[in-house]
Design a protein around this ligand. Structure first.
Ligand code: ADP
Ligand code: MG
Length: 696
């Protein structure tokens, strides 16, 4: 379509086959178009000049003005380097070159004035700068304004390619281009007041001022997010239009009897609203794909159960899938306790279900007498065959991949309705993208009478006091969790800490029984230990994050998280959700080693300042970026956003989403002539990803 997309980068002056190969390998830059869309990471203001005396470690790149006092070559052969002493009258800076030593030595003259541009660092108590850009004072006016700094890789650096090299290549490319084909429709450009493509390309690489830069950036961010939304929404619409789903019009015996005789407490307003939303979906005749978000303890299980009852009232079977055996077992206990008395047949299927029991389950599944199957991944195996599966609940969605979800679809000739539940609160605009084709329901209200968990940050030297607090809770008949990290790259060391911690706790609290559970144990042993704690026989549970999801022991009111600085915020929030489930005041104590960085402390202080999962999630997203949010990676949608940032550009996501919807309302297939540009651009951008967005 666009000729720039067809011109190989090797034909650009200054590139050639070798550099072209390098650019392709390191950044996927193949064509002129790709190069022009290789954007700077950040910009520095080339109009301000720093003094050497004012340098500090936080500065990324700075500009200095001064003279070389001397040059010295040190070492020989391949190890030879050139060290220049540079001064601006306020201090002296060592400038080091490892490459092209002779050339550089001849190029610069001691005593002449230069402008240096580079990243200062402190080495052995002295400031130095490696491979700075050096300009003659008079030539600098040409580079005033904002200057883009391009991302580089080690390989590129080793080949002598600098940010400046990339800048020059891009400038050469821009100079040679007369026009570029616009990639957004006229009416959007007009109504959003976006910069036209050609101007935006110029301004993003070489803005003369901040306004130009912000306008250019906005255009590219919008464009990126708009096409992402257009793609997601297009497929989502296509799917709902073409795939029929079960229609569940009845509310009958199971739901009504449960409601009247079994419901253990009144539903919260949020639970009622969400059940209504799900019920509307199930009555629509379209297959439901709904994400149910609700903070830990908000009562998702009950919602799931009541929706399953609606399904049962319409003569289909239901299935609930959980990510761990512990959690599946707990769901099974809760649900069979509530549902068995009214004649509902509930069974548990996990990896450790004995063969005999498995046979019973298989038999009852195929003859239809089994109403609700609860289990782990075991339930999606091919040999598990339902008579008529109509409703599936997936708890803690992020542990299941798209492919596994797709398998569920094939369990019936009509795909079952799917309700995905997650306690990882995902900011709405992120959900719009990550789960773009799932409808979202939110339980934003806690059951009454909960006291928010008090979270405290404590350091090693306060351990004694922490143990005193635990002792006090235990004396009041409460139970305690002690959680240790067990993180893959450090597994051996972590396991040792965990075991030492366990021994230590047993000694310190010798009057109490201590249970011990971690992910490396055999399932039977794990269950046994969990049961000890759940039944109250053990008062303390020393554990790894295996307890993160779902485990429900309301009498546990204190949790100590060891090495809290090593956990992600969302994970800490999940863990914390294990306490505060009964009526009593609960505590979560984050233990940290003493010398943590400012950023880490700020991170942990978010935990101590709020119990709102959405605030934690937003903060986590901002601090770590969406790539790290659990679930984003496994969601099956590969993002490689070049410029937009899902954490920071939520507002643009929303606008882009609205535009995409408006266009698809008017022209679902993008077949109108004025939308030609859209379908062309989409097929260019997303060819490889189409297959994935079909499922989920
Ligand atoms: P989660 O959303 O984390 O899965 P659960 O479904 O495990 O939460 O519910 C947490 C606790 O709250 C359970 O003990 C449950 O019985 C209780 N609960 C659920 N709904 C209500 C309600 N409407 N009123 C009071 N307690 C409730
Ligand atoms: Mg739960």
């Amino acid at each position: 379509m666009n000729s720039l997309r067809n011109i190989d980068i090797k034909f650009l002056k200054g590139v050639g086959p070798k550099r072209a190969e390098l650019l392709t390998k390191e950044f996927g830059i193949r064509t002129f178009y790709d190069l022009l869309h290789h954007f700077p990471n950040y910009y520095i203001d080339r109009s301000s000049i720093y003094k050497i005396r004012d340098l500090n470690g936080d500065m990324p790149y700075v500009q200095l003005r001064g003279r070389f006092l001397s040059f010295n070559t040190i070492g020989e052969g391949a190890k030879m380097r050139l060290v220049g002493a540079f001064s601006d009258g306020t201090g002296v800076l060592e400038i080091v070159w490892f490459n092209s030593v002779r050339k550089i030595k001849d190029a610069y003259i001691v005593g002449n004035e230069y402008i240096l541009f580079g990243k200062p660092s402190l080495f052995n108590g002295r400031w130095n700068m490696v491979h700075p850009e050096v300009d003659n004072v008079d030539s600098v006016s040409a580079t005033q304004g904002l200057r883009g700094i391009y991302p580089l890789t080690e390989k590129l650096r080793n080949k002598g390619i600098t940010s400046r090299t990339i800048f020059s290549l891009i400038q050469t490319a821009i100079a040679g281009i007369k026009t570029m084909r616009e990639t957004l429709p006229e009416d959007i450009l007009g109504s959003m007041k976006l910069m036209p493509i050609m101007e935006a390309v110029r301004c993003i690489h070489c803005p003369t001022n901040n306004d130009e830069l912000q306008n250019a950036k906005f255009r590219f961010k919008f464009e990126e997010l708009f096409y992402l939304q257009l793609n997601i929404r297009r497929f989502s619409r296509k799917r709902t239009a073409t795939i029929a789903g079960f229609r569940f019009p009845h509310i009958g015996y199971f739901f009504n009897t449960f409601y009247n005789t079994q419901l253990p407490f009144p539903l919260t307003g949020a639970q009622k609203r969400v059940i209504k939303e799900i019920r509307a979906d199930m009555g629509s005749g379209k297959q439901m794909n709904r994400l149910l978000q609700g903070d830990v303890g908000s009562g998702k299980t009950l919602v799931a159960l009541m929706c399953m009852l609606i399904a049962l009232d319409n003569n289909v079977q239901a299935c609930l899938m959980a990510p761990t055996e512990i959690l599946a077992t707990q769901h099974f206990q809760t649900i069979s306790e509530l549902a068995s008395p009214i004649g509902i047949n509930v069974k548990l299927l996990t990896g450790s279900t004995p063969k005999k029991q498995r046979e019973v389950i298989n038999q009852q599944l195929t003859d239809g007498s089994l109403h609700i199957l609860i289990g782990t991944h075991a339930v999606i195996e091919d040999n598990v065959v339902f008579k008529n599966l109509g409703f599936v609940v997936i708890d803690e969605q992020h542990r299941f991949g798209v492919v596994q979800r797709a398998k569920l679809w094939q369990k019936n000739h009509i795909p079952p309705h799917i309700l995905v539940m997650t306690a990882t609160p995902i900011p709405r605009t992120l959900a719009m993208t990550v789960y773009g084709d799932l409808d979202v329901s939110v339980i934003d209200e806690m059951p009454p009478g909960r006291k928010p968990v008090q979270t405290l940050l404590r350091y090693e030297d306060q351990r004694f006091k922490v143990y005193q607090a635990i002792g006090q809770s235990l004396r009041h008949g409460r139970q305690a969790y002690i959680v240790y990290p067990l993180i893959a790259e450090n597994e051996k060391l972590d396991l040792k800490c965990l075991e030492e911690g366990y021994e230590n706790i047993k000694e310190t609290f010798s009057n109490y029984k201590v249970a011990f559970v971690h992910g490396k144990m055999k399932p039977a042993e794990k269950d046994y230990q969990m049961q000890l704690f759940a039944s109250g026989e053990a008062q303390i549970l020393v554990a790894t994050t295996v307890i993160e999801v779902g485990v429900n022991v309301p009498n546990a009111t204190i949790m100590v998280i060891e090495n809290a600085e090593r956990f992600g915020l969302s994970q800490l929030h999940q863990l914390r959700g294990r306490v505060g489930r009964g009526g009593g005041q609960s505590y979560c104590i984050l233990m940290s080693k003493p010398n943590i960085s400012k950023v880490t402390r700020q991170r942990l202080e978010i935990m101590t300042s709020t119990t709102d999962g959405f605030i934690v999630a937003e903060a986590d997203l901002k601090m770590r970026g969406p790539g790290d949010i659990e679930g984003t990676m496994q969601s099956g949608i590969a993002f490689d956003l070049k410029i937009a940032n899902l954490a920071q550009d939520g507002q643009i996501v929303q606008i882009a989403h609205n535009y995409a919807e408006k266009i698809l309302d008017a022209d679902p297939d993008l077949s109108l002539p004025q939308h030609r540009i859209l379908s062309d651009t989409l097929s260019m951008l997303y060819q490889r990803k189409l297959d994935l967005s079909r499922i989920s």
